[in-house]
Design a protein around this ligand. Structure first.
Ligand code: NSP
Length: 231
């Protein structure tokens, strides 16, 4: 007969959900930010939307380098039992589409991407990504941050697509980009990889991954604040 699992062992099997419960206030702050709620109820300020669009284009370009570094860490450290490479390569391909999408949207909204100067919150976030690209940072910590970055957008924009929302028709495509079921499935695959890594990680690695999650959530809140003109 199998020994009954301790509370800690059960929590370690789905570490992400344990953390999301523990840090629900900051998670809520990142995924239900006033900027997102204003898209959802149709009161969004279009100048804030354009600020977000231009700044996010710059962020995504930095994000590509970060994802490449996660891919390298996976090739060195992962046993790949969960098909990590496939999931990460799929993510890379999605980012290529994302960059093309930003270019098309920017010209639609009259945003000149070559003129965009990164704002402080964006520069801080990109600097954080760079710190995670160091070879000192282990795969488990980096993939936790990667999942969190994607999951915040998925959860935020999916919220704008629920029944009964007032999301403006010309912003539906933006919300679909990250709120669609395929992107939800991709985030779920990333979450499974993270949970699998964390279940086998040392206490020190788990602590570092939890700090990375909190850092991502704080940067995401600051990024939304900046889009509303707050930073
Ligand atoms: C700030 C931010 N966070 C997340 C994502 C989703 N790739 C994004 N485009 N921008």
């Amino acid at each position: 007969m199998q020994a009954k699992k301790t509370r800690e062992e059960v929590q370690k099997i789905n570490m992400i959900d344990t953390w999301l419960k523990k840090h629900r206030l900051i998670y809520f702050g990142a995924t239900r930010h006033p900027f997102i709620l204003s898209i959802r109820d149709g009161t969004v300020n279009l100048s804030s939307f354009k600020t977000w669009l231009g700044q996010d284009y710059i962020f995504v370009r930095a994000f590509v380098s970060f994802v490449a570094s996660v891919l390298i860490k996976a090739s060195k450290e992962s046993d790949d039992s969960g098909g990590d490479m496939e999931v990460l390569l799929g993510g890379m391909a999605a980012l290529n589409d994302e960059i093309q999408w930003f270019k098309i949207e920017a010209s639609k909204w009259g945003v000149q991407l070559s003129d965009i100067v990164p704002q402080k919150a964006n520069k801080d976030y990109c600097r954080f990504l760079e710190s995670l690209m160091s070879s000192e940072v282990k795969y488990t910590m980096a993939i936790t941050a990667f999942w969190a970055i994607e999951a915040v957008y998925q959860q935020s924009f999916a919220h704008c697509l629920e029944d009964g929302t007032n999301t403006p028709s010309d912003l539906q495509a933006t919300c679909q980009r990250w709120g669609n079921d395929g992107f939800g499935q991709y985030c779920h695959s990333l979450k499974q990889i993270v949970n699998r890594r964390l279940a086998k990680a040392s206490d020190d690695e788990i602590k570092k991954a939890e700090v990375a999650l909190l850092d991502v959530l704080e940067h995401e809140v600051e990024f939304w604040n900046m889009s509303c003109g707050g930073a």
